[in-house]
Design a protein around this ligand. Sequence first.
Ligand code: GDP
Ligand code: MG
Length: 447
Amino acid sequence: MLDALSERLQGTFKRLGSHGKITEADLDVALREVRVALLEADVNFKVVRDFIAAVREKALGQDVMQSITPAQQVIGIVNEQLVEILGGNQEPLKRASQGPTKILVCGVKGSGKTTLTARLGLHLKSQGMRPLLVATDFERVAATEQLQVLGQQIGVPVYAEEREAPAPAVGKRALREAERLNANAVIVDTRGAVALDDDFADELAALADEIDPTEVLIVVDSMTGQEAVNLAKEFDEAVEGTGIVVTKVDSDARGGAVLSVRQVTGLPVKFITTGERLEALESFYPDRFASRVLGMGDVVSLVEKARETIGERDVKDVARRMQRGEFDLEDFLQQMEQVKKMGPLSGLLDMMPGMGGLKAQMGGASLDEDYFKQTTAIIQSMTMEERRRPDILNGSRRRRIAHGSGTTPADVNRMLNQFNQAKKLMQAMTGGKGSGGAGGLRRLLGF
Ligand code: GDP
Ligand code: MG
């Protein structure tokens, strides 16, 4: 999924180098590559143009931080801007304040509407709601049966009429059936068309009038890229959409549709679907998606895993300290111990932003236990004062610590450099002072 784009961007950032200050010329070269990568990923050209302009402005306006590499800094800004074009915050499915929540699913033929109708049914059912699925597509052969089979599979009732009738009339009767069944969610599947002609637009609009939907979800097939995005805009004009669902993201190596659709239509992406199984429905989180694009996708999983293993309070506390720049060696030690509980280190390092380099520096997978032991030993040989205020660690203290931990002063220095690097990076990731950073981690952690 999105592998092509992800690889291109990572290649670009690698070439930005890991030393020194970023110059305007370096930045322009990198941004030119980012632009090409996005265009090749089939992102809408206007979206790309605005994106590049925004990243450039932010990058030039930002203080250059010491000890954070230009590449990391640019990645931070690109990440932030990706989150922005994807809509910023996650937008959950709206619920009706009165009466059943009504969802109208529309889009072109074959985009995944019927499957999505069932998926939403399953999703709402798993949240304790009582959904009713409604078939209004008489055009496609066996469309009704398709929905009935899916409904049966997930144990959700389906309202379908045997004889062909105008969709708005079917919708009206379906609402009555929902009342009779005491359903509190009604999800209406519609027929698709290849293009949105006037008749079809009128029919959809009449159906929407009849149902008065809480949500009008427009389905965008990511495999058809910009064509699907432009059609989504037309659908929005015809039926006033409230949200987008991008389907088949699993089969799309490019990602252009997801990355463009918010900016082109102005509608929030509410879900993506990532497989044929009915469970393959994901709430859309702009920050998580941006991380995936940048190949830092597992940061979220990492944080979620950390939450489960460590408990939410600790994670938030540490994150707050990171953000304030108060993260010290004692925190570092505790973090290491908690990370150890989470599983093999080499896998975890891959999940952490910027830690891939550390891993390479340390000699790859072999570092796991040794690295932990050594770092732990070094920190444990420090006094509490030294752990809290690493800046007091002068040469003689470092020698004493090396001696106490059975390491060399060079080992101590390397460990301290890594700590400082990690601290800077964490501050940037959490949007701490001086970085204008991504704020991604902060958003993830919900504070
Ligand atoms: P509709 O014509 O808009 O109702 O589309 P359908 O719901 O019938 O789906 C068309 C095809 O796309 C079916 O074969 C689905 O299994 C497939 N499909 C839908 N969503 C996804 C997805 O997220 N990933 C993949 N790989 N296939 C999907
Ligand atoms: Mg269908």
